[in-house]
Design a protein around this ligand. Structure first.
Ligand code: ADP
Ligand code: MG
Length: 703
């Protein structure tokens, strides 16, 4: 059966190849993409009001003709006000738009328009910056409000879409309306009918229509909470498919078995005790036990180890590695950057110094003869632990007996790596480590196919980072504090956020800052600059020099986030802190406080700062607990932005919102479990999963 929703948008009336390309750029290629792009809110533009009946304070729509207009200049240079008078058969009213001079070409005299907005009294009745809609834009002569306008854009509950690229809310409304009017009666519905009936949810076709153009009388509050049965039906469908994929992946993983299952005995325990430089914390012990228990099972481990920055994840991974190596297996330890890989390599080698195991580093900069030699020794099994970047498992690296893969700091990547390993016929235990705390509410449902260990405690003797919030006016004090630290022999970070849309401008701001600090503020110290546009080897050079203490001040964009471990760096100044999310600020801050000296983090903010923004900064100053911060961040911003630009591994959802629709996600999980157990899987659902899963949820094969 052909699925009408898979029709490419370019075949739609009035779209054409150029528009289709525009739409593609914002991720819309098919009718399905379009229809599953939900409104962000709904407005009740119930009925057009006669102008004579308008009252101040009303949110209303009117229709009429432009009777006159003018562009007014003001005393503020460059600031202009466009003013128009709109009349219908009952009267006329004024509308003004600030700083939108171009409107004089659109809202010309005699054009018919619909306005929607708040009526104010100042002193006569007036609309300020109302939404407007040209009626019959095609033949701009005007005429009375047409049928199209009154059925799509006003005179009803109207969906408001987010503007994206060339697609305005109005355009989407028109396109969606057009598409909906052509939906076949027998539209394919992948969602199991018996579940749908039991939950009393509508069929797909009706759900789509009612979600975009709700029937008259649908409560607007219910719509804006996304709780009408039409909306719930579509959200649930997405969650259900998502959970099916998660569960299928998990079940297929459980069917795999490892060639070698490790054993733990007293000899191994003794050898672990020997390399351990300190007592493990409670959290480390529990996590290690969970990991080693997994390793002793016939199925490959698939575990995520969460622990805040500095919680001591490395040693836990090393002990797991030791268990594997003592069982004659090899271990691959992967970090997101070369520098991190190098750091891991150095500390792991030091810890394993007294053992008989060989540790090597293999990165992109390992080339030529040396590389060939390492590859040969890996394949022969002479190297027991290899440290590298994520490229380790990709290319041509062959292992003799890979038993454990440790993946540091990028759990999204972890999933992909595991698939790569599997496609090479390898089924090692996989341990993914992350310092991004994932709130429980999300973890249970979203990472349903991963087992999870969480370390909430910190090694003893760690000094809390002192975090302070300072306005721009206190900059001199901030510099004084940094100077004190530098004079005491410590080092400092100065972090710049992405400020403008353009990276070029950001780099310029950071560069100017670095120059200013070097020349005017800290002339006696060495200041270096690090940003994402630099070549990798240039970045590495800067990082190394800072790690070695040759550079004292590192001015950086957010690239240091999962950067580097410099114990001597004790102060971080975050510029424009108001522009960062909480979790990101916390991650950044984790770059200091890694040594025995007291560390400081200064959140420098500029006006304007919102009340929420200020609260965010205060929250950060109040706690060093990454989990608490993550929960707060989630509450404040919602999961969409929760992890900022970090690779969070959260699925990209089209209709649902992980926070708002959390209970639906749980329900979807239960339904998916039942459904899989009942063996009722239809080829239609399988097909639908194949189509949506890899691209939509960004993950791989689901078996
Ligand atoms: P992260 O979890 O951020 O990767 P690390 O593994 O780098 O943290 O550990 C941070 C620091 O804490 C390291 O210097 C490590 O040696 C030290 N450390 C880890 N566990 C303990 C412990 N139980 N007692 C004392 N120090 C520890
Ligand atoms: Mg680490």
């Amino acid at each position: 059966m052909t699925d009408y929703l898979q029709t490419p948008l370019q075949y739609l009336k009035g779209v054409g190849p150029k528009r289709a390309a525009d739409l593609q750029r914002i991720g819309l290629s098919t009718i399905e993409d379009l229809l599953y792009r939900f409104p962000i809110r709904y407005e009740d533009r119930g009925h057009l009001q006669p102008i004579a009946g308008l009252k101040p304070g009303q949110q209303v729509a009117i229709a009429g003709r432009i009777q006159g207009s003018k562009l007014r200049t003001t005393r503020r240079p460059g600031f202009r006000i466009f003013e128009a008078v709109i009349g219908d058969s009952t009267g006329s009213v004024r509308a003004v738009w600030m700083n939108q001079s171009f409107l004089q070409d659109i809202l010309r005299p005699h054009v018919s328009v619909v306005l929607f907005g708040l009526v104010e009294l100042r002193p006569g009745l007036q609309f300020t910056n109302p939404d407007y809609e040209i009626i019959d834009a095609d033949d701009e002569g005007g005429g009375p409000p047409s049928d199209e306008t009154t059925t799509i854009h006003t005179g009803r509950i109207v969906p408001v879409y987010e503007k994206a690229g060339a697609m305005t809310p109005k355009m989407q409304r028109r396109l969606v309306h057009e598409v909906l009017s052509r939906l076949p009666e027998d539209l394919v519905d992948p969602f199991p009918a018996h579940i749908r009936d039991r939950m009393k949810l509508p069929a797909r076709r009706i759900a789509l229509v009612d979600t975009h153009f709700p029937q008259t009388g649908t409560p607007i509050e219910l719509l804006n909470q996304f709780r009408t049965s039409a909306q719930v039906r579509l959200i649930f469908e997405e969650f259900f498919l998502f959970q099916l994929g998660v569960l299928m992946r998990r079940r297929s993983a459980i069917r795999e078995s490892k060639p070698t299952v490790v054993k733990v005995d007293d000899r191994i325990r003794e050898s672990a005790r020997k390399i351990l430089p300190f007592r493990l914390t409670e959290g480390q012990r529990t996590a290690l036990k969970e990991i080693v228990d997994d390793m002793q099972r016939p199925q490959p481990m698939n575990r995520l180890l969460q622990g805040d920055v500095g919680a001591g994840k490395t040693i836990v991974a090393l002990l797991a590695a030791l268990v594997a190596m003592e069982n004659g297996l090899q271990v691959a330890f992967m970090a997101p950057t070369e520098i991190l890989a190098e750091q891991h390599y150095l500390s792991l080698r030091r810890l394993l110094e007294k053992s008989r195991f060989h540790v090597e580093l293999l990165t992109g900069t390992t080339t030529g003869l040396r590389r060939r030699d390492l590859l040969a020794r890996l394949a022969a099994g002479d190297i027991h632990l290899v440290v590298g970047t994520h490229a380790l498992v990709q290319g041509t690296v062959n292992f003799h007996s890979l038993g454990l893969a440790v993946i540091d700091e990028q759990h999204r990547f972890g999933v992909v790596q595991r698939a790569t390993l599997r496609s090479k016929g390898l089924h090692p235990d996989v341990l993914v480590m992350t310092a991004t705390p994932i709130p429980r509410t999300l973890a249970l449902t979203v990472y349903g196919d991963l087992d999870m260990s969480v370390m909430r405690d910190m090694p003893p003797g760690r000094r809390a980072i002192l975090t302070t919030v300072r306005p721009e006016s206190r900059r001199p004090d901030v510099y004084a504090l940094v100077k004190d630290q530098l004079e005491a022999g410590r080092q400092a970070y100065v972090v710049y956020p992405l400020i403008e849309e353009s990276e070029k401008i950001d780099v310029k701001a950071a560069t100017e800052m670095a120059d200013h600090l070097a020349q005017d503020v800290f002339p006696e110290y060495r200041v270096a600059l690090l940003h994402g546009r630099m070549k990798q080897d240039a970045k590495d050079r800067v990082m190394r020099s800072f790690a070695a203490g040759d550079t004292q001040v590192l001015v950086s964009t957010t690239v240091i986030e999962v950067g580097i471990d410099v114990a001597n760096a004790t102060v971080m100044v975050i510029e424009h802190a108001e522009r960062f999310g909480l979790s990101q600020l916390h991650q950044l801050r984790g770059r200091v406080g890694r040594g025995s000296h007291q560390s400081h983090c200064i959140l420098l903010y500029q006006y304007p700062i919102s009340k929420q923004g200020k609260e965010r900064l205060t929250a950060l100053a109040e706690t060093n607990d990454g989990f608490e911060i993550a929960e707060r961040d989630l509450q404040q911003r919602g999961p969409g932005d929760f992890f900022g630009t970090r690779q969070s591994g959260l699925p990209t959802l089209r209709t649902g919102d992980l926070l708002r629709d959390h209970s639906l996600m749980e329900q979807a999980r239960q339904e998916a479990v039942q459904y899989l157990d009942s063996d009722a899987m239809t080829s239609q659902i399988l097909e639908s999963l194949r189509q949506t899963w890899p691209t939509r949820f960004g993950l791989m094969d689901i078996g």
